[in-house]
Design a protein around this ligand. Structure first.
Ligand SMILES: Cc1ncc(COP(=O)(O)O)c(C=O)c1O
Length: 474
């Protein structure tokens, strides 16, 4: 163990080795936080961080009111996908046609929404939000259109700053800019730091919205190998930065879309050090961070950033209010240029949406809503993983995310996910084919499935039908 490693990381490695050596086996109760603190002679907070690492590695899980347990592989019959291996070349991006065509084909409500990018609206407190929004509309300040100009509604920025503080991140209300969703934030951040033709490093596979932002600005993408458990390969990124004169990096440290991967803190430190050395700005797309299924909130890379290189993008679209279009960015040293671009692009974000969310966050128990949301997502994940375990052919590989609501599935080599998409659409089932997530149009035999919807018998039936379709084309 590296002598310079932080204490929690030493404890995490020692506990992980006890699991790997079989001292603790899948299903075993893991020592309590208090017991481990005594054994390792460290403070409770240190053990808590160590346990968070073990959870991120998928080795243990917290069960409500019963403590920690060693994880059993969730889908015994399916292994996890391996680290991805994209080509390291620069690629100009041209995915939009495919994205619009495929998404257009499956947008009807008659489809079982396994290809959707959104969670079910049933998971959100829409009635309460509606009442709060109605009251906010009645009380909207006459001068709000001036007052809420960028950086945006101060009460909302304060509420967001409080959540940063709770996540251990030093962000003040003045550092935050409210945007029309995280998508606008990502676009503005990219625009602030790159010019047409520049190279941008991304995870492979990655969110197609990021690919579209890169395409829109006529940038070139460098896809970096990414591990479905631990996220981007920092060494590969270092090689690409040297080779391609990378001007910015866009990535998701937590519950990456589509892989569900989460970086561990040590890698976040290495990454930030690498980016600092090369002065490469990072756009951290962190829209799923609140959706951890158990344990503690993962820390964003922004926590480790001493030099203001990280532009951290968040949103309420995934955790509270999908249609309100409220996101934000804490853009560090790029705050001012990003804010100007915001004004030049859309002037401001709607005052009513900002006021409604600020009032909701002040008056209502957001944390309680999040706890319910997280446990529902965890249960839905179990439902989908076991349905897949029962009905997908053995050659498939399935991720085991610790949060969010996406599964990434590698199908047998022969299966063409675009063809599968067409066959599934005939059965009124949607899915998101792999090539949507890659500048190089890779991942032809992969799909992303959404488990953000209540688990019903129709869902089980839909997954079985998909399994049968996959067998028919394998
Ligand atoms: C990874 C990722 N980033 C950003 C967004 C966009 O978020 P918003 O709805 O806040 O614009 C999404 C939505 O699908 C996403 O999956």
């Amino acid at each position: 163990v590296n002598a310079a490693s932080p204490r929690f990381s030493v404890v995490a490695k020692s506990l992980a080795s006890a699991i790997r050596r079989g001292v603790y086996r899948p299903g075993d109760r893991f020592p309590s936080l208090r017991q481990s603190s005594r054994t390792h002679r460290v403070a409770l907070g240190t053990t808590l961080r160590a346990y968070a690492e073990l959870e991120a590695w998928g080795l243990i899980e917290a069960r409500v009111r019963s403590g920690y347990f060693v994880c059993a592989p969730r889908s015994a019959s399916h292994q996890e996908p391996n680290r991805t291996k994209p080509s390291s070349q620069l690629t100009s991006v041209d995915v939009s046609e495919l994205v619009f065509r495929l998404l257009d084909e499956i947008k009807g409500s008659e489809f079982l929404p396994l290809g959707s990018a959104f969670p079910s609206t049933e998971l959100f407190p829409l009635d309460t939000l509606g009442r709060v929004a109605a009251a906010a509309a009645r009380h909207l300040h006459p001068r709000c259109s001036l007052r809420d100009l960028p950086p945006g509604n101060i009460a909302l920025r304060r509420a967001i700053a409080q959540r940063y503080w709770m996540a251990g991140c030093d962000v003040d209300p003045e550092d935050i800019l409210i945007t029309n969703g995280a998508m606008e934030a990502i676009n503005l951040c990219l625009q602030a730091v790159v010019r047409a033709g520049d190279a941008v490093a991304i995870e492979s596979p990655t969110f197609y919205g990021t690919l579209q932002a890169i395409e829109r600005l006529q940038l070139r993408a460098v896809e970096i190998p990414t591990d479905p458990r631990t996220g981007i390969d920092v060494e590969a990124l270092a090689r690409s930065i040297r080779k391609h004169n990378v001007k910015a990096c866009v990535l998701m440290s937590t519950f990456q879309n589509p892989l569900g991967s989460s970086m561990v803190d040590e890698q976040k430190r290495e990454l930030i050090e690498l980016l600092r050395r090369h002065a490469v700005p990072l756009i951290e797309d962190d829209v799923y961070a609140e959706l951890y299924h158990s344990g503690v909130r993962p820390r964003p890379i922004k926590v480790f950033d001493q030099t203001g290189l990280v532009m951290h993008c968040g949103t309420f679209s995934k955790s509270l209010a999908p249609g309100y279009r409220i996101g934000w960015v804490a853009a560090g040293r790029f705050h001012e240029p990003v804010m100007r671009l915001k004004m030049m692009t859309s002037i401001a974000t709607a005052s009513l949406s900002q006021a409604a969310l600020a009032d909701y966050l002040r008056q209502f128990a957001f944390e309680r809503h999040l706890r319910t949301l997280r446990s529902k997502l965890a249960a839905q994940l179990q439902g989908m993983t076991s349905a897949i375990g029962d009905s997908f052919p053995a050659g498939c590989r399935v991720t085991r995310p610790m949060g969010g609501y996406f599964l990434w599935i590698e199908l047998p080599r022969k299966v063409d996910s675009l063809r599968l998409h067409t066959l599934a659409a005939r059965e009124r089932i949607s899915l998101a084919p792999g090539p949507l997530f890659s500048a190089q149009r890779g991942y032809r035999n992969c799909v992303r499935l959404n488990f953000g919807h209540p688990w019903t018998s129709e869902m089980t039936h839909g997954v079985r039908t998909l399994g049968a379709l996959i067998r028919s084309v394998s």
